[in-house]
Design a protein around this ligand. Structure first.
Ligand code: ACO
Length: 461
């Protein structure tokens, strides 16, 4: 348990105290000197518990620090103590909550901007006291104090233990898939489920903040981008939408828990890999499939070309058939104030949301063309000395399928050298890293009369 060099009893007149950005216990009364002393000690307590929580969750840096709390506007930390333990007492647990403005998907896959969503941000009970009911005790205190209900809480990358906690104590299992790091349980958007929270409104509604948005992602990916299950559900509900057999959601079964929570995907990657068709929709709703250039069609054409088959009914190869690449473990991120989802998707069996994984090697190649294909056999620069041969690199500036250039110096990423004479040593005093200086000094042309483009880059092949 977290013991300190000072007596914690003055800080903890109650078993549970709450602390906000002033870093003082909500019970605090004292003069300026006592205030400074209390904030200093409380900072130490928060930093220690935050550190223990991070270690317990396998995070490489704490989600909770005194400094972060001090800078926050709407976060509260609840601390659970046992002042009877030892001479100075001990602190046994921490629960950090706050409100967030989030873009969320509801159960029909519509994007909603929910302002001041109740959020569980960090939760920790010391290992020696876990599974003894203290977590529930602390959580219930917070719910009462904040006037929240569990089903209305969003949870920032819940751990496996916390998922079990919600299942055991509140019967919450089924989640609404999100594309950000937050997990919502079914019922979050229900009006009636919010009646028990005291004011008859959901937390979001009570803050006047929930409305369907026309976010860029909704326009880009459509509201029915949830795959078959969601399409069926919405089809049952309103009878207007039919599942499109060509449109499978991009699904990856990932471990649930803090690291298993979905990461936002790169919007640019989505656009590059999936958005080149005129329809502009990657997964698409039933309505979105009208464009002649959509991915399914392009992929089918590619398949036909590859197999040499011209059967009209060749099977369609969709994103769901492609092997997802293993996802690197995401680092813990500071809680975003506004999180914009990229794509919704169907919940995996674990009932936790997973990130959409776009892996369109073939599609990307079909879009870009053969220029991007690597040769069947290629010599590396180890084989060819310092001569590098690059295919497609720098296509943005050279309309050639092949580029050759000398490599006399070390490789650095992203440095583009222009106008240095091909193969020549750099003259003394010439700035080797400044393209501008070489532009003016050489006149811009090589012996062959061409501009010399020099690329320094990491190994790409
Ligand atoms: C947004 C976030 O903060 S995510 C991070 C959540 N925090 C962590 O994972 C840190 C490590 N875990 C903990 O600190 C605690 O286990 C907490 C805070 C999740 C729960 O506190 P506890 O005091 O253990 O909760 P409490 O005793 O009230 O409830 C126990 C239930 O929680 C779940 N739980 C607690 N520990 C575990 C565990 N090791 N394995 C699986 N489930 C667990 C179970 O449902 C358990 O019920 P059970 O013992 O009948 O199986």
């Amino acid at each position: 348990m977290a013991e300190f060099r000072f007596d914690i009893k003055p800080l903890f007149p109650l078993e549970i105290i709450k602390v906000t950005s002033n870093l003082l216990p909500h019970t605090f009364r004292g003069d300026r000197r006592q205030c400074l002393d209390a904030t200093s000690k409380m900072s130490e307590v928060i930093d220690r518990l935050g550190q223990l929580s991070a270690v317990s969750q396998g995070l490489n840096k704490p989600v909770t620090t005194a400094q972060r709390l001090r800078m926050s506007e709407n976060q509260t930390i609840y601390l659970l103590s046992d002042t009877s333990y030892g001479a100075n007492g001990v602190v046994m647990g921490l629960l950090k909550v706050g409100t967030k403005d989030l873009y969320l998907f509801d159960e029909q896959g519509r994007t909603r901007k929910v302002e001041q969503t109740p959020s569980i941000l960090d939760f920790y009970i010391h290992e020696s006291r876990q599974r003894g009911g203290l977590g529930k005790h602390l959580f219930e205190y917070m719910l009462t104090d904040q006037n929240w209900t569990p089903v209305k809480c969003s949870i920032d990358r819940p751990s496996e233990k916390l998922l079990n906690f919600f299942k055991k104590h509140y019967g919450l299992v089924r989640t609404i898939p999100q594309a950000n790091n937050f997990v919502l349980y079914e019922g979050f958007f229900d009006e009636e489920a919010s009646m028990g929270n005291g004011n008859g409104k959901s937390p979001a509604q009570s803050n006047g903040g929930m409305h369907i948005t026309s976010s860029p992602n909704t326009q880009l990916f459509g509201a029915a981008y949830l795959g078959d299950e969601a399409n069926k559900r919405s089809g049952r509900n309103n009878g207007s939408q039919q599942p499109n057999p060509l449109l499978h959601q991009i699904t990856q079964i990932s471990p649930s828990g803090r690291y298993g929570a979905p990461r936002p995907t790169c919007s640019m990657a989505e656009i590059i890999h999936a958005g080149s068709g005129k329809s502009g929709k990657s997964g698409g709703s039933a309505e979105s499939s009208s464009g002649g250039n959509d991915i399914a069609e392009m992929t089918a054409q590619l398949q036909k070309l590859q197999s040499g088959s011209d059967h009209d009914n060749a099977s369609i190869h969709t994103e769901a058939d492609l092997e997802p690449e293993p996802e690197p473990e995401p680092e813990p991120e500071p809680e975003p104030e506004v999180v914009t989802p990229q794509t919704p998707h169907t919940p995996p069996k674990s009932h936790t949301s997973t990130p959409p994984e776009v892996s369109h090697v073939e599609i990307a190649e079909s879009i870009i063309g053969d220029n991007r294909r690597a040769p069947a056999f290629q010599l590396s620069k180890q084989h060819t000395g310092m001569k590098n041969r690059s295919f497609g690199v720098g296509m943005a500036v050279m309309p050639s399928t092949k580029m050759e250039f000398n490599q006399l110096e070390r490789e650095d990423f992203g440095v583009v050298k222009i106008n240095r004479p091909l193969g020549n040593a750099i003259s003394p005093g010439q700035d080797n890293t400044d393209a501008m200086s070489t532009v003016s000094s050489v006149g811009g042309l090589t012996d062959q009369g061409y501009n010399d483009l020099k690329f320094y880059h990491n190994k790409l092949w």
